[in-house]
Design a protein around this ligand. Structure first.
Ligand code: DMJ
Length: 538
């Protein structure tokens, strides 16, 4: 029953049923409407499902279709449009999807332009989309507005109230963009927003759900790990790993202490009032199901396993995860009985299977596969489940179904997939990698953004190095052009305060390992021991 290769085939068929239905009936709209077999624009007007699904094609091994779609997107998608778009969603789905596709382009057999991975058409598209989001960050606090008009910037009537995740879910994509392109603006705005948000935490160390980004007043004061907050915590952890950044990790650790203290009961996580710590909603939300995966990345396996078991029991009760589940009542919450084919529990199963090898997690994969086929399949796609009690459907197939749910399902059953890392493609070092100092990509595993778009940390260091080379050359030329001047120009200071590092070594000199790195370990392995790496004072 648990033959992984059979499951892999079934998951591929699921993908192509949904994907071909989208192409045949909905493209160029953002999403497929699986009950009426047509399309609709939802988060913008950028063929969102195609962008979100692009890297999944490669994950499933379809290089030719990846190449075809990459070139269609280059020819057809235009971000110069008069559309109000969510800053958060555009970032995680569009910028994240394009960045990931750009970084996978070589593996997909695409023709690469000189300078790749530090340049390329998909990178330019990602940059173009991200630039459209920058006006949202021009606020007194640096925390972004939630919506921006892609042509005209932020509307003067735009509400300053934004959810927490909408402020703190940029560092992965924006730092990647900055490090690849050499333009620090993106990383700087993402960091400024994170620091501003950090300052608003309550005396007991919690953040609420919605904040006024101008006045910094908390408008919704429920603190928890689910809707409105989730990926903020995810990005502190993944940002810390990808950028080897202690500041981000210590922010997360402080939050985690407060979360464990005030919100955790019997390995469930409840919602509490952010200032008092009193329970405000004793519910579990399906969006919270990413948490065991994140815990396993931090090495907190026991706790992750127990919380996963709680969540899996809810899945078994309904054959899916209802959006909200009342823990005391053991039942769904009124008007929140739907299951829009979200990925989070499958995502956690993937990480936990990698960490433990326990077949319970494969069983969840089989359950998910069967449930989705049985409840959600329609003649042209897969539909969001409106109500898990009677299996009524909604006329919507969210793009994350192809970007995340199917990708994580597939990766769950393929533990040797290249995206799991493991250092098979290099020895984890980029220092002397490749001929003539080329980058060694894929050497340290991948970091998934919150929409399951894999980012290759090695590329950031390659292009960062490329940028430093350029800067160093410029500095040398500058020095030489000042006759008589022997002095070295002062090192460049980044916003984070750390010095830009020269890669030019003196003969016999050894390169100092970058902060917090474990040079020969894949990033995925580093994640699993992060707790030790970062807390060991010795
Ligand atoms: C996705 O867009 C992302 O995973 C986001 O972080 C949360 N919501 C959906 C999936 O449920």
């Amino acid at each position: 029953q648990l033959r992984s290769s059979d499951c892999g085939q079934r998951i591929k068929s699921m993908f192509y049923h949904a994907y071909n239905s989208y192409l045949d009936n909905a493209f160029p709209y953002d999403e497929l409407r699986p009950l009426t077999c047509d399309g609709q624009d939802t988060w913008g007007s950028f063929s969102l499902t195609l962008i979100d699904a692009l890297d999944t094609l490669l994950v499933l091994g379809n290089r030719t279709e990846f190449q075809r779609v990459a070139s269609i997107l280059q020819d057809t998608v235009d971000f110069d449009i008069d559309v109000n778009a969510s800053v958060f969603e555009t970032n995680i789905r569009v910028v994240g999807g394009l960045l990931s596709a750009h970084l996978l382009a070589k593996r997909a057999g695409m023709e690469l332009e000189p300078g790749w991975p530090c340049s390329g058409p998909l990178l330019r598209m990602a940059e173009d989309a991200a630039r459209k989001l920058l006006p949202a960050f021009e606020t007194p606090t640096g925390m972004p507005y939630g919506t921006v008009n892609l042509l005209r910037g932020v509307s003067p009537t735009e509400t300053p109230v934004t959810c927490t995740a909408g402020v703190g879910t940029f560092i992965l994509e924006f730092a990647t963009l900055s490090r690849l392109t050499g333009d620090p603006t993106f990383e700087n705005v993402a960091r400024r927003a994170l620091r501003a948000l950090w300052k608003t935490r309550s005396d007991i160390g919690l953040v609420g759900n919605h904040i006024d980004i101008v006045s910094t007043k908390w408008v919704a004061q429920d603190a928890g790990i689910g809707a409105g907050v989730d990926s903020y915590f995810e990005y502190l952890v993944k940002g810390a790993v990808m950028l080897q950044d202690e500041e981000l990790l210590s922010m997360f650790q402080a939050y985690d202490r407060a979360i464990q203290n005030y919100t955790r009961f019997d390995d469930w996580y409840l919602w509490v009032q952010m200032h008092k710590g009193t329970v405000s909603m004793p519910i579990f939300q399906s969006l919270e199901a990413f948490w065991p995966g994140l815990q396993s990345l931090l090495g907190n396996l026991d706790s992750a396993v127990r919380t996963f078991q709680n969540y899996y029991s809810v899945w078994r009760q309904f054959g899916g995860l209802p959006e909200f589940y009342s823990i005391p009542q053991g039942y769904t919450v009124d008007k929140r009985e739907g299951y829009p084919l979200r990925p989070e529990l499958i995502e956690s199963a993937m990480y936990l299977f990698r960490a433990t090898g326990d077949h319970t997690y494969l069983q969840l994969g089989v359950d998910a596969l069967e449930s989705i086929e049985k409840i959600a399949k329609t003649p042209c796609g897969y539909a969001s489940v409106k109500d898990l009690r009677d299996h009524q459907l909604d006329n919507r197939m969210e793009s994350f179904f192809l970007a995340e749910t199917i990708k994580y399902l597939y990766l769950l059953f393929d533990p040797t997939h290249f995206l799991h890392g493991g250092g098979t493609e290099g020895d984890g070092s980029w220092e002397e990698g490749g001929e003539a100092g080329e980058c060694v990509l894929g050497a340290g595993g991948f970091i998934f953004n919150t929409e399951a778009h894999p980012l290759d940390p090695a590329a950031l260091y390659c292009c960062g190095r490329h940028d430093q080379d350029r800067q160093e050359l410029q500095d040398i030329l500058l020095t030489l052009s000042q006759p008589g001047s022997q002095s070295k120009p002062p090192p460049k200071q980044t916003e984070g305060g750390s010095q830009s590092e020269s890669i030019a070594l003196k003969p016999g000199e050894k390169k100092t390992p970058p902060l917090l790195s474990c040079p020969v370990q894949p990033f995925s392995a580093r994640l699993s021991i992060l707790g030790q790496v970062f807390t060991d004072d010795t």
